[in-house]
Write a protein that binds this ligand. Sequence first.
Ligand code: GLA
Length: 380
Amino acid sequence: MGGPDDLRIVRAPGRVNLMGDHTDYQEGFCLPVAIDRYVYVACRPHRSQTIAHYNESFVLPVAIDRECVAAVLPRSDGRVVARSLDMEGVLDVAADGSDHPDTVDPPWGRVVAAVVAALATRGRDPVGADVAVSSAVPVGSGLSSSAAFEVAVALALCDAASFELDPVHVALACREAEHRATGVPCGVMDQLASACGVTGHALLVDCRSLGVLPIPLPPDLAILVVHSGESRALTNTPYAQRRAACEQTARRFGVATLRDAAAEQVADEPLARHVVTENARVAATALALAAGDVDALADAFAASHASLRDDFACSTPELDDLVDGLVAAGATGARLTGAGWGGCAVALVPHDRLEAVRASAGDREQWVCRAVDGAGPMEA
Ligand code: GLA
């Protein structure tokens, strides 16, 4: 019998990456932070045909629309039915994962279908569920709205079927879902950050072993994220070509991935040189954060942005101007964050300069972010 007690809410954070871009799919290192912008999923397992009664006393987080959750219709077992509070349409797929993402509508539901399938292959029972999704992670900004969406849906579906999956495997299932639903051959950083975040910490991620080491963030530096004004979806960028080019170079050097390439080997190879030098900057940044060494942070951020701009060629004039302006206004360091080709810059800013640095960004959208825990259930 369904009832208000069955209604569970999970949330999954977006992420901002402090250092280590275009390294994850070369088994390198990165340093993301799970941020206090979430995708929320309300979910009710669907084990019987009985419509659940909605309990007015149940307190929902602001981002979840009470009407929409209440409007879920009764359905037969074995279906996952998902609504989005932000996008049109209702998704209805088999909970056993047999619906191929390419065949489903609405388009945003393809990722949900792919998550259902990825969990099914990992042994989740085909328990149906009514799912309502609401996102407060800015879309098209490089803050991993899509990974947060996948992780939130995955946790809700695991919860509905009492299926246990540790956060790293949730992240791997979600990366598989992203590949299948969008065709973008992303690495694991975004999903891992959303699943494994730690309050007050950045995550030093080894993308080969999938080990995650929390690095304390200096309390006197704020994390400021500013949108360049250019929105983009990874499907419309050269992301896949860059990844393929890195793989080709690794093969030419006879190494499994560019993580294993030596600095001398890649001296004349801009893409590979970016990956190798960026991996070193991740280690330097983790040490500098832990030691509160602002000079080392400034150096690493400046070198990283230059490398992304000149070697990896994934910056834009807007991002370059933005980064220059943030540093000129007093940020300790600033760089583009995520895949680039638009999206956001991230800056570390001493609190007493925050106002001036924010003002330098003019009317661009901006967020001061806190480092939060990874995805999980919300207390009702
Ligand atoms: C996107 C991908 C990640 C990573 C970054 C660049 O966010 O989803 O896997 O490759 O770009 O660092």
